[in-house]
Design a binder for this molecule. Structure first.
Ligand code: ZN
Length: 131
């Protein structure tokens, strides 16, 4: 049975980022429509899900690879946004953000320095905070 699946999949294009996106997106749309009951979302979700699997079992490598390339290039900004969000979350562990009490300028201070005097770079106001 395992060999059969292996032999079957060997000639197929297989999974890629675009197929993962389509199948997950499809499932999410279907789940949303369980609540929303629009019917439209269910249909779109099902279509997206099926197309994802059609791509996985496709034998047209060039066409599928071109689709994936298109998908990756058109979602680069969104994917980078998620990467940046993750990065800034990690940076949040090392820094604390304070707001200047006079001009409300946001000031980033490294953590773990104890009580320090912070000087606002915008208005020059100083205030004491624990970092
Ligand atoms: Zn200020």
């Amino acid at each position: 049975m395992r060999d059969k699946i292996y032999n079957f999949m060997r000639t197929r294009y297989g999974n890629d980022q675009f197929s993962s996106f389509l199948t997950w997106m499809g499932l999410i749309l279907i789940i949303i429509d369980v609540w929303a009951k629009t019917g439209v979302l269910y249909f779109l979700g099902l279509a997206s899900f099926i197309y994802g699997y059609v791509r996985i079992f496709s034998k047209k490598y060039d066409k599928r690879a071109a689709e994936n390339k298109w998908f990756l290039s058109h979602t680069a900004s969104v994917r980078n946004l998620f990467k940046r969000m993750k990065k800034s979350k990690e940076a949040g562990k090392d820094y604390r953000i304070f707001t200047c009490p006079r001009c409300e300028q946001m000031i980033r201070i490294p953590r773990g320095k104890g009580r320090i005097e912070i000087r606002c770079p915008k208005c020059g106001n100083t205030f004491i905070k624990k970092s």
